[in-house]
Design a protein around this ligand. Structure first.
Ligand code: KG4
Ligand code: ZN
Length: 342
């Protein structure tokens, strides 16, 4: 059994990316992502449209993942899929597809928690990635979630803190919207921030106890600030875009780093791994790298491909569960609210 070659087909459809991947044990053979552009014109993800787009994308995306991996579906050992958390209409597409295919091929079905997968993406075997050892702290930052998780083992995780309102990605996207930038604005804020002064405009930091986060106050603060300044100077945004973006990004990073420092103090764990789409942010990457020298932390940043929503991260969880014969029944259903450990 130990040297057995396991091929997992993984499917991810929790939000607005339809993705399929094939893994051979811990190695990725293919990881295809179809990002839905339709939401751009609405300034955010429209659940009904996301579900329809998944319906259109799922078959071609799975075909592409198999053909890129050069694997025939008859070679597959199991099908892994995202059960939740996410948008129900989106999850149903991937769940139904995975169930049907597993039944058709008479192979095991493996349900995967999307948030656990973001964290376990660190264990995909890649030359450029070093794996954290247990225990480590995971900072999961995406458009839907913001969590600090104590990871004691692959499937032994404890949420130490999470956002009480907006996710950090939402904070980026909503701030970008206030500045008139298109959706999703996070990467654009990052781009402008790299050319601006992070100390130009100080924004008030939220006061939240323990390891929880809050970002809605920051967003409102930015809105009022921009409204006030544009009244005085209608060109305020265009004349100061880089500095505004740098200041917003700086505030968000300060919030994240403050909580991380608190989590390290509380747990004594100095290994920090980040996950989720916002891990792509240049500011947070820089702050984490600096923390290695400043506080003696060891930090782990996954390859960009594994930061944003992708099926390879579902595949690695599928593999780890396959090894434990942790399979799902055919009557399993999608779960829009699905916390780690539940
Ligand atoms: O993990 P992800 O792809 O999807 C969710 O599960 O939410 O994360 C998407 C989020 C969006 O809010 C996007 O604006 C943000 O990640 N994001 C960034 C950057 N790249 C993506 N935020 C700030 N800076 C970036 N470079
Ligand atoms: Zn995600």
């Amino acid at each position: 059994m130990e040297n057995e070659t396991i091929y997992i087909l993984a499917i991810e459809s929790s939000c607005d990316d339809t993705s399929a991947a094939v893994l051979c044990n811990k190695k990725k053979l293919s990881n295809v992502v179809a990002t839905q552009q339709i939401h751009e014109e609405y300034g955010g993800v429209v659940p009904e449209l996301a579900s329809r787009a998944h319906q259109q994308n799922i078959v071609p995306v799975v075909h592409q993942a198999l053909s890129k991996a050069n694997i025939d579906k008859k070679q597959l050992s199991a099908i892994a899929f995202t059960r939740g958390p996410g948008l129900m209409g989106s999850l149903l597409v991937g769940t139904s597809f995975a169930k049907s295919l597993a039944m058709g091929l008479s192979i095991p079905l493996i349900e995967v928690n999307h948030m656990q997968a973001h964290i376990l993406a660190h264990f995909i075997e890649e030359e450029s990635m070093t794996k954290p050892g247990f225990p480590f702290l995971a900072l999961t930052i995406s458009g839907g979630h913001t969590q600090i998780v104590l990871v004691k083992d692959y499937f032994d995780m404890e949420i130490l803190g999470e956002t009480l309102d907006d996710a950090v990605g939402e904070a980026f996207d909503k701030s970008a919207k206030i500045l008139g930038l298109p959706y999703p604005g996070g990467p654009l804020v990052d781009k402008h921030a790299q050319l601006g002064n992070p100390k130009a405009f100080p924004f008030t930091k939220p006061k939240v106890d323990g390891l929880n986060f809050s970002f809605s106050g920051l967003k409102t603060g930015i809105l009022y600030f921009v409204q006030r300044e544009t009244k005085k100077n209608p060109e305020f945004i265009s004349e100061n875009l880089n500095d505004i973006c740098a200041s917003i990004q700086h505030s968000i990073i300060q919030i994240l780093m403050d909580k991380l420092k608190k989590a390290v103090k509380q747990t004594g764990v100095k290994q920090i791994a980040i996950a989720g789409g916002v891990s792509a942010n240049s500011g947070i990457r820089k702050a984490l790298k600096e923390s290695e020298e400043l506080y003696g932390w060891t930090t782990y940043i996954p390859k960009f491909e594994y930061c944003t929503d992708n099926a390879a991260m579902i595949g690695i969880v599928g593999y780890l569960k396959f090894k434990e014969a942790h399979f799902s029944e055919q009557n399993i259903s999608a779960k829009a609210r699905y916390t780690i450990g539940s």
